[in-house]
Design a protein around this ligand. Structure first.
Ligand code: G3H
Ligand code: 13P
Ligand code: ZN
Length: 281
């Protein structure tokens, strides 16, 4: 069933688990997410970046996402991931997205606050939840790459929350988008300190490649939503390459996609276990 972002994260906050959030771009990708969530009886967030919307088309992704969510036996929220442009937020609201992220983290603090307030003002009238981001998460997002992380300061997070009234907050605590180049380090104390000051759902981005035990520790420290994208993409491609190498004469594309879907579903199940969201639907 399609549910609001507020509802899905409220339960995670109360019961101290994290809702896994997976990016999707096409049908096979989405089916793997929903199948995995149903098998584990887990709530799930399906999310689209502006890049995914550009690739697949806004209306098309809306139909795909809402159709899958409505058929699902578990609660599913449809979320706009890293929305930077107000037009995307407005159109996502009109087309039935149930959760939004406004990412103005590349702006200075005051500009970030002002942009987030604008989106919150519109979204809250319609009871749609808003995730914001404070700090800089390293790595590749769309075509933009940042080598450095600027960790979220506790006092900034408090001030930011008080001034924006956002519903959830993505914080920079050591993870990076895309493929990890070095060892993963997460500042768990920082998560705990921020959570102690503002008891709202905290979001971990760039979570592909983070060992499962560290994800578990992040959840224990106060993370209530964990975003995964790259690991799904990699599993998809790896299965596709293997199948094509082993079956060079196959031209029925459905036969190629089947092992890809299974490989992505395996990633989904592994992440649900780390998020401790199984049997919470
Ligand atoms: O954080 C966002 C994603 O990992 C980048 O996804 O390629 O759909 O923009 P994208
Ligand atoms: P990864 O691609 O590193 O899993 O990050 C996903 C993400 O943060 C989406 O917002
Ligand atoms: Zn992200």
């Amino acid at each position: 069933m399609l549910v609001s972002g507020k509802e899905i994260l409220r339960d995670a906050l109360e019961k101290k688990y994290a809702v896994p959030a997976f990016n999707f771009t096409n049908m096979e990708n989405l089916q793997a997410i929903i199948d995995g969530a149903e098998e584990m009886n887990s709530p799930v967030i399906i999310q689209t970046t502006q890049g995914a919307i550009e690739y697949a088309g806004f209306e098309y992704l809306a139909d795909l996402g809402k159709g899958a969510a409505k058929r699902a036996k578990v609660p599913v929220a449809l979320h706009l991931d890293h929305g930077t442009d107000l037009e995307y937020h407005l159109k996502a609201i009109r087309l039935g997205w149930t959760s939004l992220m406004i990412d103005a983290s590349k702006c200075d603090f005051e500009t970030n606050v002002n942009i987030v307030r604008q989106v919150v003002k519109i979204a809250h009238v319609l009871d749609i939840s808003v995730e914001a981001e404070l700090g800089v998460i390293a790595g590749k997002e769309d075509d933009i790459e940042s080598d450095i992380s600027i960790y979220t300061e506790v006092h900034d997070a408090v001030k930011f929350y008080n001034e924006t009234n956002c519903d959830s907050l993505a914080i920079a605590v050591g993870t990076a988008h895309g493929i990890y180049k070095g060892e993963v380090k997460i500042d768990f104390d920082r998560i705990r300190e921020i959570k102690q000051e503002i008891n709202i759902p905290l979001v971990l981005h760039g979570s592909s490649g983070v060992p499962e035990d560290m994800l578990g520790k992040a959840v224990e420290s106060g993370i209530n939503k964990i975003n995964f994208d790259t690991e799904l993409k990699l599993a998809n491609l790896k299965a596709m390459r293997k199948f094509i190498e082993e079956n060079p004469n196959i031209y029925d594309i459905r036969k190629v996609f089947k092992p890809c879907r299974i490989a992505m579903k395996e990633v989904v199940i592994k992440k649900i276990k780390a998020c401790k969201s199984y049997n919470k639907a």
